[in-house]
Design a binder for this molecule. Structure first.
Ligand code: C5P
Length: 250
């Protein structure tokens, strides 16, 4: 039986570590999911599809229902533009947002500084700012032949994570396979959020290298992102409860 008040990691409950990807196309479908799952999922991830079609209405809806928002727009631009985007994101009262670590030190620092300064100015809690290291859709061949980086993927991920930390970011988004290296390189307080998580026996969909929720926590993940295994389940509440139960075993 799931015990939704059990603290599992760094003082947080399992559901505060569980992020549901709201990969749907409209406000109505998003709202239905939030209504159904808000007692079992702490954070709702709003990505570019939903945000581009519905804008800040989605963020207000999640916030009003007591959920936290992870704004997954992966900003990547010149430092001044990303600074502006980070200011706007912070003003929305979200829990976390992300930027591409490949945008470099100056760009990341501009975002981290902007989030801090605006939160102080508005007297709101600073959103966590996470760096996207290398997308899991990019493999060794693409990294070398297309992007022109002649480095091992895992090494490059750790390099970018360290750069993100030095620029003042709170953590990174990374695949479950990369957690250990990042933890070793960036320490215990650095946040690691990982997608590519599948409960045992679930369909992998297009995810290739997956871990179960418990394995991801054991490797050192702080937050896990899960979409289809909950959204597409016959009974999404039961699916979420099963995941929490597994996380609580950690
Ligand atoms: O449905 P599923 O559990 O695969 O959803 C995972 C979510 O995490 C999706 O929103 C996907 O875009 C996101 N994500 C990912 N891999 C990355 C970065 C983000 O699966 N490397």
């Amino acid at each position: 039986m799931v015990n939704i008040s059990k603290v599992i990691k760094k003082g947080l409950l399992a559901r505060e570590r569980l992020v549901l990807a709201l990969d749907v196309d409209g406000l109505k479908s998003a709202e239905e999911l939030v209504n159904k799952l808000k007692d079992y999922v702490g954070i709702f991830k709003v990505g570019s599809q939903l945000f581009t079609s519905e804008g800040i209405k989605v963020i207000d809806m999640v916030n009003q229902k007591g959920g936290k928002v992870f704004l997954d727009l992966k900003f990547h631009d010149i430092p001044n533009t990303v600074k502006g985007a980070a200011e706007s994101a912070t003003k929305l009262g979200i829990y976390m947002f992300n930027i591409h670590a490949s945008g470099g030190y100056e760009m990341m620092k501009a975002a981290a500084d902007a989030a801090r300064e605006i939160s102080v100015k508005l007297n709101i809690k600073k959103p966590l700012v996470l760096g996207v290291t290398i997308l899991t859709s990019i493999n060794q061949k693409v990294l070398e032949k297309e992007i022109g980086v002649n480095k091992n993927v895992k090494e490059h991920v750790v390099h970018l994570a360290k750069l993100a930390k030095s620029a003042g970011l709170d953590g990174v988004v990374a695949s479950p396979q990369e957690i250990k290296g990042i933890r070793a390189g960036c320490g215990d307080d650095f946040i690691i959020l990982t997608p590519g998580v599948r409960p045992a026996g679930e369909e992998l969909n297009d995810q290739k290298r997956v871990m179960t929720p418990k394995q991801a926590l054991e490797q050192g993940a702080d937050f896990i992102v899960i979409g289809r295994p909950i959204r597409n389940a016959k009974n999404p509440v039961k699916a979420a409860k099963n995941i929490l139960e597994e996380m609580e075993e950690y």
